[in-house]
Design a protein around this ligand. Structure first.
Ligand code: CKX
Length: 606
């Protein structure tokens, strides 16, 4: 079960019970928990909601900023009827590293705070009785882990997070916990690829089971009518008059996989899929062969109280805001989001650039936030970091490969590519991940301001260029914005003069804006300045044919470390942290609703 990442379902063969709710919680600043028998039960605990980050419930600063080991526990009941099944605990995310104990026994460990894992617990569990799960978590940051950072120790002995990235290091059981029971012979993975032929489509599927069994697969349309069937662990489902998944007009089929032995159905797994193709041809991003101009956002899983805890209510509001403003895409900056976000995007026809938490791979990011000066890819942490990085790309693609919403894989955010020292790492990672996605979707990463056509040593790697650019904010700001625009055009003129024949998407740009601050004429931080800044970028985007997408930073204001560049967080949101529009949101709404989906396509109306 350890390497199985299928999203939990409940059906005639499978059980899936939620363990969300109030858990016991306790800090362990001296890391004594294991010697003190905490795996057998916690005493003197607080109540902590799951899913949630622990940080923002506390009213004292030492607790909110706590870095180190901390523990969660709760009781759960396992029915006797599950004795012939494999029983597991599935953590949708535990940030950043976890050890899982059941009834005092260590079951498994996991590194990485944004991807799911399952602990198989049969050897420890009491059937027909009460059980105890105790989780030891740790939220320290290190240079050889994702996301990258340091953990400092203050003179008073308290540890402190020093992220090399610009979002608050929220931690805890940030996503749901499930109690699962699955058949001993079962489906452990599946994948689909698509070929379109006129009005028809072929869905090529592969089902992986852990033991031999007869496999049947059927495809049901949105009304539950079976439109194609096949036998065997790999095969083709031929769909006449296929209803394609389109951007903004999603259509989902249900893929139903069954395993049979001796005439009995021993496992069933079903999931929604969308028939569509993805291709990059020259400057075009093609979905089903049709050019799509991206508009949308970089986002964060971030909200009041729950921190980075996934909240369906916030995700629902965010999707409503994206629909209102005319967005068709987002980047899961800077980590994989909760799986429910992808299911919701599948239904809404939203495209996702799906990112691993490879953020902070740049020492300038550390000095921007704290002060260091060395090339990141020259550090002695690189080999160990690479192993963690590859592991997370593998899990990301395994987890998300069947979502029609996933457009591309983003393997880094703003790594330092301004020196050739990055090249061996990039070469190895791009090679090792080339065949992971059966749909062969584009792989990419964002290029920071310092990494231009002239300076980057990694331009050979991405299939789409993602540019994060901040003229008008981090340089050439305020009254100098016209020089910022001229400089941006100079850079784009170099791209235009090059022989590079790939799309460019602006994956970050914008400026911090205090909601409610109005100034005539504008000044930085005012709502008027944010609109003027976006207008400047849009003039530039409209002048270059190869720019095929715009994703301003950020959908909403979000929390960061405190510092002299931040007033209670990053305020570059088009919406406030409580998801209300700033003035620039109305401006973008007009632009994005007016732009055709295939803006700039060859032969398209503009
Ligand atoms: N890009 C100069 C990464 C994001 C940050 C954004 C910002 C930076 C800018 C790089 O995670 O939030 O500073 O607003």
């Amino acid at each position: 079960m350890e390497k199985e990442l299928l999203y939990p379902v409940a059906n005639v063969n499978r059980r899936n019970e939620s363990l969300d709710g109030l858990w016991q919680f306790k800090f362990d600043p001296k890391s004594i928990g294991e010697q003190a028998d905490w795996p057998k039960g916690l005493s003197d605990t607080l109540d902590m909601p799951v899913p949630s980050s622990f940080n923002d419930y506390f009213t004292d600063k030492d607790s909110r900023e706590y870095v180190g080991d901390f523990w969660y526990a709760r009781h759960f009941f396992v029915p006797t009827e599950w004795q012939d099944k494999l029983v597991g605990l599935r953590f949708d995310a535990a940030t950043h590293r976890a050890k899982i104990y059941v009834n005092g026994q260590l079951i498994r460990s996991h590194e990485g705070g944004f991807l799911p894992f399952t602990a198989e617990i049969n050897r420890a569990v009491h059937f027909g009785a009460d059980n105890l799960v105790v989780v030891k978590l740790n939220n320290e940051l290190h240079r050889d882990r994702l996301p990258a950072g340091d953990t400092a120790t203050l003179r008073n002995g308290h540890k402190m997070a020093k992220p090399f990235f610009d979002f608050y290091n929220y931690a805890g059981l940030n996503r749901s916990v499930h109690l699962l029971a699955v058949p001993k012979t079962r489906v452990i993975d599946y994948s689909v690829t698509y070929a379109l032929d006129g009005e028809d489509a072929t869905v090529h599927y592969t089902v992986t089971a852990n033991h031999n069994a007869d496999t049947t697969v059927r495809l049901e349309d949105a009304n539950g009518v079976v439109v194609a069937k096949s036998n065997g662990s790999t095969g083709d489902l031929l769909v006449a008059n296929a209803h394609l998944w389109q951007v903004g007009q999603a259509y989902l089929y249900k893929l139903v996989i069954e395993l049979h032995q001796d005439g009995a159905t021993i496992d069933t797994y079903s999931a929604e899929i969308g028939i569509r193709t993805v291709a990059i041809v020259g400057h075009e991003i093609l979905i089903n062969g049709q050019s799509v101009y991206l508009r949308g956002f970089g986002r964060h899983e971030d909200s009041n109280f729950a921190g980075r805890g996934f909240d369906l209510k916030v995700e629902t509001r965010d999707l409503a805001l994206m629909k209102w403003i005319g967005a068709n895409s987002y980047r899961s900056s800077h980590y994989p989001y909760d799986e429910q976000a992808y299911q919701m995007a599948d239904k809404a026809g939203i495209l996702i650039i799906d990112e691993v938490p490879a953020v902070g791979f740049k020492m300038a990011a550390a000095s921007f936030l704290g002060g260091l000066d060395q090339n990141f890819f020259d550090g002695d942490w690189i080999d160990s970091l690479y192993d963690h990085h590859l592991d997370q790309v593998q899990d990301l693609i395994k987890r998300d490969k069947n979502h029609p919403s996933v457009l591309a894989w983003s393997l880094f955010n703003e790594p330092d590519t301004s020196s050739e020292k990055c090249v061996p790492y990039f070469t190895k990672l791009f090679k090792a991940t080339a065949d992971l996605d059966p749909q062969k979707r584009p792989r990419t990463f964002t290029l920071n301001e310092d990494d231009t056509y002239e300076t980057s040593h990694a331009l050979q790697f991405p299939d789409i260029y993602l540019l994060n650019r901040y003229p008008g904010w981090y340089h050439k700001w305020g009254y100098e914005i016209s020089d910022g625009e001229a400089g941006l055009r100079d850079e784009l003129d170099q791209w235009a003069a090059s022989d590079i024949d790939k799309p460019i998407v602006f994956s970050e740009y914008g400026g911090d804006t205090q909601a409610g601050l109005h100034k005539l004429p504008s000044v930085m931080w005012s709502e008027e300045y944010q609109t003027e800044l976006l207008e400047m970028f849009n003039r530039v985007f409209d002048s270059y044919d190869f720019i095929r997408g715009e994703q301003p930073w950020n959908l909403a204001d979000f929390q960061t470390v405190e510092g002299n560049m931040r007033v209670d967080g990053n305020k570059k949101g088009l919406f406030t942290r409580d998801r209300q529009p700033k003035a620039a949101a109305f401006y973008l709404k007009k632009r994005w609703h007016d732009l055709p989906l295939d803006y700039k396509a060859k032969g398209a109306k503009s």
